[in-house]
Ligand binder design. Structure first.
Ligand SMILES: [Ca+2]
Ligand SMILES: [Ca+2]
Length: 132
């Protein structure tokens, strides 16, 4: 009887592991779809537009760090197919609420010109402090 219960428990454990593997695979497939979306200007990939995104682009240009494919897509702000100081400057202009002609903060999908969501507003507390 004890042997039979032990065998039954092992069978149940194997079934649970198989179910967990299937669930994990489906969660991974969903994550792939989510990661293809990106927030324009969110070069550090934290879901917000801050001065840290400017710094990330500056460090990338100085070859002090590398960026993932998604981060590279987000860092290319002005559509000229290169990542340089102009992209960092455009983010600074957005943070200063000077202009946002490149829809920085909007959510895009690769290959689609129009944003999925474009109502992002930077948090007032995240704005850089400008001193005279
Ligand atoms: Ca960010
Ligand atoms: Ca650019």
């Amino acid at each position: 009887m004890i042997m039979r219960t032990s065998r039954l428990l092992r069978g149940a454990a194997a079934l649970l592991l198989a179910a967990a593997a299937v669930f994990s695979a489906s969660m991974t497939a969903g994550a792939v779809n989510t990661s293809s979306q990106y927030m324009r200007g969110d070069a550090d990939g934290n879901g917000r537009i801050t001065v840290d995104d400017v710094t990330t682009i500056q460090k990338y240009c100085a070859r002090l760090l590398t960026l993932s494919e998604d981060d590279l897509r987000a860092a290319e702000v002005n559509g000229d197919k290169t990542i340089n100081i102009n992209d960092a400057t455009d983010i600074q202009r957005r943070l200063a609420k000077y202009e946002n002609i490149y829809l920085i903060g909007a959510i895009f999908c690769p290959g689609q010109p129009d944003p999925i969501v474009s109502d992002y507003e930077p948090d007032e507390n995240e704005l850089p402090i400008i001193k005279n």
